[in-house]
Design a protein around this ligand. Sequence first.
Ligand code: AHR
Length: 676
Amino acid sequence: LTLDINKPGADVSPMLYGLMTEEINHSYDGGLYAELIRNRIFKDNKKIPDGWSLVKDNAADTANIKLMATSEEYVPYDERKHAINGSLTTCLRLTVEKASGRVGIANEGYWGIPVTPATAYKASFYLKGTERSEPFRWPWEPKPNTPPLADIPNNTPGPITVSIESKDGKTVYASGTIQLEKSMYWKKYELTLTTAGNIQPTKDARFVISTDRTGLYYFNLVSLFPPTFNNRENGNRQDLMQMLVDMKPKFLRFPGGNYLEGPLITDAFPWKTTLGMLENRPGHNGSWGYRASDGMGLLEFLEWCEDMGAEPLLGLYAGYSLQGDHVDSGPLLKTYIDDALDEIEYVTGDANTYWGAKRIADGHPAPFKLTYVEIGNEDWFDRSNSYDGRFKQFREAIEAKYPNLICISTIPATQYPSMSVKGKEAAVVDEHYYRNAWDMWENASQYDTYDRKGPKIFVGEWATREGIPTTNLNAAFGDAAWMTGMERNSDLIIMSCYAPLFVNVSKDSATGTRAWQWDSDLIGYDALNSYGSPSYYVQKLFNLYLGNKIVPATFENVPLQNKPLSKTDSAEGKKPVSAPTLFYSATRNDATGIIYLKIVNASAKKQNIKINLKCVATIEPEATMIVIKGNQPDDTNTIMNRENILPVTSTIKGIKTSFTKTIDPYSVNIIELKTG
Ligand code: AHR
């Protein structure tokens, strides 16, 4: 492997590595967004409210819980009066007819409520303890057909207990009380629950609000937050944020992915109703089979970027949704364009703009830096071929108001020539690759020969898909090989981000149902713990150890491997295809002289590689080497074994302008060479 420092290499894109995110696999609800209560406004409105159950310490007591919705047909009309506002239209009613012990409601969280020692949890909820009275009726209205509530005694004022406890209720980890006023009106109650310092961490806990008095109790917006990253109100989980911050991503592509588009046009990411107080966020129908609370709203996404030092890369809904409906370019699309312009204004506007002022009122005075917006997502699925017109109309309107913003097209002409944008080409196109390790190895050099006269490339979603639910070591070799190709060509590949980022790896203990929808993800977690896949460490290290100039290099005599032939292929006498076993990239930091040499060995054989550094004036005899390796390609990390594969850093000696290094089998290697 010969690195030629004398040849001028192109610049490495300063935004090469970022992150991509969307609500999939419980990435936010039950993931990064730190809220612990599942279905806090009861909009997952099955008749038995999802996540909730009745608590009765004495089996002889009689009580039930029931959803009360203003909008659901099964709720008798006389009980449709419990909305707090247009967003909080469904509440939970606890009816306690007889209480000789504790009676209450329990929330199971997202596959458990995590409990850690000496931790202060912020609990809050709306509660109304209605006195029994005949429901209001206009004289001309019919009598309700519901069973009368006549036998239920009135509420009495007094304490309501709030606790975090084991699932069987036998161990109370933290508890407190609020005083219920004898009130017919909604009131918000807040308290802090603090765990003792000597408890064992567990996720096998539940959140309970209980009473020992009969009556009717109505609940809404029940919330429980552990401490959050940077102590942000309505903030993010600390461990997951730390893992992301450690990656030092340059940008965050959000809110999708499919989540941007929604199954139907009416399900597109509704950024306007994700702003401000949680009381004003009804949530919406997500794209991956479950409802989104929208606790992770537009400002939370932006503050998440801020906490990582990353720039937002904003996906704008462009009038096409997943089930195939689209809005053609023309007057109707203008509504969507206006909405996108408002959204950009919310992100970047100052106090003199309507939406900038709104952001300031929401608590963020400074505008956010925004360089790229993406028009839609994977619009090659739009078989009506409407993207050309939609993209143009969006771009013209955006450029007219924001001439410095770059609009990314979701359709690369190299892959979808007939569907891509015609006429004035998009400056940047988004390419997506979900492949197995073999395909990554085979295509790791694909960008070496790409046309440099075409648009710049954003690899906006990609992953080597091996391993469930998080990817394994072989996938990490596929990723690393692919990344060497992106780095060598980072004059062309200006940005890239892996997907999906997150997966809640929990399974329902009774049914075995998985919390996730997409196998092969980067970071796994349950309610309590989290871990990085081998791919996570590859992502992180490739970004941390990166220069600002590409070092031209040649790699001769790279051993090849043959792809095992399928039975049919061998029966047909086909010849096996081959791919390299070794992959490399080299970049240099101009200011420090440090060369970051990355070598991937995707084979079972160790490789002795002769490394020549041409035109290097001086080189330090010691270098830092970081290795990610394992014994088998399917070695991996799991929620139970979170640190099986970790990078190991060592110092290597005897470095000269020409030296031989043995590269371990199944390994990703980064060598930091200090040159002058
Ligand atoms: O990353 C998962 C999904 O893959 C994204 O939502 C979509 O854009 C792609 O098809």
